[in-house]
Ligand binder design. Structure first.
Ligand code: HPA
Length: 275
């Protein structure tokens, strides 16, 4: 079946459950999952119910869409995302973003957990993503281009919306939350990086490294959505004093930062314009 038809079927399924006008979509990465609990008047739709949606397997991620009210806005939250290292192809990972756009949502907040490579960062910091480097070795737009979604060669000169970056910084100031800014590099994973890899990633300009987000950001850009990205720095990924890392540690630190992460995103949602 053609992509556009699959997207339509998924959208129509969601619309039958909730057809309110939605202002903002948010991908809840590690550490932001609890934002889902703050959404009111909500409809929860399991990914397994939605036609053509892939299903999530990774520890600590459920898989459901939550549509409801938050800080005076109607939002759609993706609780659980799909990762390349799980074995999905890039088109499958990003299918929900096509559906979100088809629902008429033009603003997307993406979040993730990442390793901090910038020496000025600390564990538990939040980093507003200003730009990215795609080192996943793949791109979700490889293959047939669907002109109905966007051009063959999409512009990426403003992948992360400047107004939204400034808005996020202002919101952080208002709440007295210190945020960092920087460049996110995505690798395929699932291995964490070796010291030699981290030295390279830092040298080429990365401030944080993770295994997600860039596929979704590319697809959202293809459709001219406005994107804000925020990373929770769960571990310091600095070659010269690298400590052994496991997923439990990442989740533990993400949980410690979750209150500030949730507060910041709520404030951003509140301050965002609806159109
Ligand atoms: N590397 C890659 N992905 C990550 C890391 C890391 O150090 N921390 C959280 N996700």
């Amino acid at each position: 079946m053609e992509l556009i038809k699959k997207v339509r079927e998924a959208k129509e399924y969601i619309n039958r459950i909730d057809n309110s006008e939605i202002d903002i979509a948010i991908i809840l990465g590690t550490g932001l999952g609890s934002l889902g609990e703050e959404i009111k008047n909500k409809k929860v739709i399991k990914y397994t119910q939605i036609p053509h949606f892939p299903t999530s397997t990774v520890l600590g991620h459920s898989g459901e869409l939550i549509i409801g009210d938050l800080m005076g806005k109607r939002i759609l939250a993706m609780n659980g995302r799909f990762h390349y290292y799980e074995g999905y192809n890039m088109q499958n990972i990003t299918f929900p973003i096509r559906v979100i756009n088809d629902l008429g949502i033009k603003k997307l907040i993406v979040s993730n957990a990442a390793g901090g490579m910038n020496e000025r960062f600390n564990q538990g910091d939040l980093m507003i993503i200003t730009d990215h480097i795609n080192l996943m070795g793949d791109n979700p737009l490889i293959g047939n281009n669907y002109e109905e979604f966007g051009p063959r060669f999409p512009d990426m000169s403003n992948a992360y919306n400047k107004e939204l970056i400034n808005l996020a910084k202002d919101c952080a100031d208002n709440l007295n939350i210190k945020v960092k800014e920087g460049i996110y590099i995505a690798v395929s994973g699932p291995t964490y990086e070796t010291p030699a890899e981290l030295r390279m990633l830092r040298k080429i300009g990365g401030d944080a490294v993770g295994m997600s987000t860039i596929p979704e950001v590319i697809i959202a850009n293809h459709m001219k959505m406005k994107i804000l990205g925020i990373s929770c720095i769960t571990d310091m990924a600095i070659a010269d004093n690298l400590e052994p890392l496991d997923h439990a540690k990442v989740v533990e630190i993400a949980n410690k930062s979750k209150d500030k992460f949730v507060d910041l995103v709520k404030e951003i949602v509140f301050e965002m314009k609806s159109n």
